[in-house]
Design a protein around this ligand. Structure first.
Ligand code: MN
Length: 706
């Protein structure tokens, strides 16, 4: 634990004019307030706020922020009161401590009234002074560093999950990449211990194989730039395990084919040198197309500036290179906090009370939300999504989540405009409704009174408002769909009779089936409470003698899988071709005699089914009460002892039951296995695939569809 004088010395080192007395009084007050409380580690509780303060000295923050860190748990966990803090440490520190206390209250709570209200207060406090967030992030970072002392595994997981979902993205949002990396690494280690171990071991093996590859490549870069007269500091570093894991999840490649496990950072004196260094590197090695990004001329929304490129360093190795000035480098590590730093000579730059636009969006959304659940949904959306800004023909600015299309735009302007939009002109050119908008687009919505919201829109809209409007409409349409489906089934079954059916015959059949009218019959057929055999028998008694009833799909109410978009009771079956699993986008197609077939949206079979005269696609969604589904993957493994065992061990570790396993191809070097596994949902499958890809024995893994 940092001692009192050590902490004060650290602050004085970067700010000789800091309020030493304030720091000393805060230290003594916190020490007395926390008294004999202990941490899970057995350390005195008091060590925690001091370590948090220590973390913030790395960011060279002002004495008020450091004092806030020292005092941050006194109101929540001791008998100290806000009034006391205000009296002893002044209004600024009191306000900051209050902000941190409020955010701490939402930790671990679920979507309830209290959480939403506290979140609102916190956001207000934070939008006034972003230092509250810096203290909170340092608090979380220290708690994650000491997470292993907590004995309850559920609690550890909950904290790690919250860190991954809320705090790491917040750190990213304000450009605090150093915090983000460490928070993600620690949370990843907790949430996916096997994945973490595998990646770390593979990195170690790579280091052993390649020797001092990083040092050699760094030296090569440095001398190349020196020859061009550029004074550059070159550092190579491995990507973080979590970032590698994410890449393994996203791409169909094995660990050793990951292009850039190692990234190089080139720090040069000024902006002109950045571009000269880039030119020099591109002249020496071929640039990989599509990988060059200029965040200097167009900084990221969180202020991040740098040049990024990837080059073919050798036949089998691509390397990523980030080029920036020393100032940009410091900003990239400390983000917004870098602006608080003391300049040479001890002048405090004015606190960057930057009106970060995303914070304002968030407050608006929270203010206008109807329920606490909605507040939390908005919070996630607003925190995690970037925005896109577009204009109406009159020049009014409309703000939308990134990825929005003209439908989102129309709904953002007015619900009625959204309901009736048929097309759009973007910057004077007619585009489709699903064209993504980019910043600065001028959008004119084309409308028709005859238009109605299309369920398919839900597949591409990005805004909460548009999605809610389309869903509402889809619900209203469900009954209509059922009727249409039932009518088709009726026509198909009655068509087999190859003779016209009189109204009287239909009435007689309805009587035999004890149904009131045709509508009831269509609904019964769609819900499969009346099958085609029963219908034929009712229309022409005796006609189905000797016929076996057709095999049926799962009846809705009995199935443990719930799919919204289907009216309860409608029979459906999951496509044998694509094996759709919860979490992926699905559509249903109606087929006479077999209810509704559910396919994943990219299933090749969909086109064939449509060609066989099935009707419109139903836009379906997975519900909550899902049971496991079977997914099929093809894994190419080295033809070596233990390869198959390694594969099955990983599946077992992840709790994925193997339903079927076949050896589909073999040669001297490789074996290809096709494995059907039971998974909970898409996220579960994605993790398994990443774990397999990280394994030495496995060359490639891919999902098999169709
Ligand atoms: Mn704390």
């Amino acid at each position: 634990m940092l001692r009192q004088y050590e902490l004060v010395d650290r602050v004085l080192a970067y700010d000789p004019a800091a309020d030493e007395d304030l720091l000393n009084r805060a230290y003594v007050f916190s020490l007395q307030a926390h008294g004999s409380q202990l941490r899970a580690s057995g350390d005195p509780y008091f060590s925690h706020p001091i370590e948090v303060a220590g973390i913030l000295t790395d960011l060279k923050l002002d004495a008020e922020t450091i004092a806030t860190a020292i005092l941050h748990d006194t109101i929540e966990d001791t008998v100290a009161t806000p009034e006391q803090i205000a009296k002893l440490f002044g209004p600024n520190v009191a306000r900051l401590v209050d902000g941190v206390t409020k955010l701490s209250k939402i930790e671990g709570t679920t979507a309830n009234e209290r959480a939403a209200e506290n979140l609102r207060k916190f956001l207000l406090a934070m939008s006034d002074d972003i230092r509250v967030l810096l203290v909170k992030l340092a608090d979380r970072l220290h708690n994650m560093r000491t997470l292993h002392f907590i004995t309850n595994p559920d609690k550890r997981r909950r904290i790690a999950r919250e860190t991954m979902d809320i705090y790491a993205p917040l750190a990213e949002r304000i450009g605090l990449y150093g915090f983000m990396d460490e928070l993600q690494t620690l949370a990843f280690q907790q949430l996916e211990p096997e994945g973490y171990d595998t990646v770390v071991k593979r990195l170690a093996a790579l280091r052993a194989d390649d020797g001092d590859m990083v040092a050699r490549t760094s030296a090569g870069l440095r001398s190349l730039l020196a020859d061009a007269g550029i004074d550059a500091d070159v550092r190579g570093r491995e990507k973080r395990p979590y970032s590698i894991w994410r890449k393994l999840q996203a791409h169909a490649i094995a660990f050793e084919h990951l292009p850039d496990v190692i990234a190089f950072r080139v720090v040069v004196p000024n902006v002109a040198a950045c571009y000269r260094a880039l030119g020099t590197i591109h002249q020496r090695w071929q640039a990989v197309p599509g990988r060059f990004k200029d965040f200097i001329s167009t900084p990221k929304r969180n202020g991040y500036r740098s040049l990024h490129t990837t080059v073919m360093h050798s036949e089998r190795m691509r390397i990523e290179v980030q080029i920036r000035t020393a100032e940009m480098d410091r900003e990239a590590e400390f983000g917004l906090a870098a602006h608080w730093a003391y300049k040479d000579g001890g002048d405090l730059t004015a606190p960057a009370r930057v009106a970060y636009p995303w914070l304002k969006d968030l407050l608006d959304a929270v203010d206008h939300a109807a329920s606490p659940e909605e507040v939390l949904e908005h919070t996630r959306l607003a925190m995690f999504q970037d925005q896109v800004f577009a204009f109406t023909p009159k020049g009014e600015l409309i703000q939308l989540p990134a990825g929005s299309c003209p439908v989102d735009f129309a709904y953002a302007v007015h619900t009625e405009l959204g309901d009736t939009c048929v097309g759009a002109k973007v910057n004077g050119r007619v585009v489709t409704l699903r064209t993504p908008l980019v910043n600065g687009d001028q959008v004119e919505i084309l409308r028709s009174k005859a238009q109605k919201p299309d369920p398919a829109w839900e597949g591409f809209v990005a805004s909460v408002k548009a999605r809610a409007a389309v869903r509402r409409f889809v619900r209203q349409q469900e009954r209509g769909q059922l009727l249409t489906m039932g009518r088709k089934l009726y026509d198909e079954v009655v068509g087999r009779l190859k003779l016209p059916l009189s109204e009287d015959a239909v009435d007689a059949a309805l009587g035999r089936l004890k149904l009131a009218d045709r509508t009831a019959l269509y609904l019964a057929l769609a819900r499969q409470t009346v099958g085609d055999t029963a219908l034929l028998e009712a229309v022409v008694p005796g006609s189905t003698a000797g016929l076996k009833p057709k095999k049926r799909g799962r009846a809705g109410p009995k199935a443990a899988i719930s799919i919204t978009g289907l009216t309860p009771g409608v029979a459906y079956q999951l496509g044998d071709c694509c094996h759709p699993i919860p979490g992926e986008r699905i559509v249903g197609v109606g087929r006479a005699g077999s209810g509704i077939e559910v396919h994943s949206i990219d299933c090749a079979r969909l086109a064939e089914v449509a060609g066989e005269g099935a009707g419109d696609w139903l836009d379906l969604h997975w519900g909550d009460a899902t049971e496991g589904s079977v997914a099929r993957v093809a894994a190419v493994v080295h033809n070596a002892p233990g390869s198959l065992a390694a594969l099955t061990a990983i599946l077992a570790h992840h709790g994925a039951n193997i339903v079927n396993l076949t050896l589909s191809e073999r040669d001297r070097a490789f074996h290809t296995f096709v494995v059907d596994i039971e998974v909970d949902d898409l996220a579960h499958l994605t993790n398994i695939v990443a774990a397999l890809r990280a394994t030495q024995a496995v060359v490639t893994v891919e999902r098999v569809k169709a």
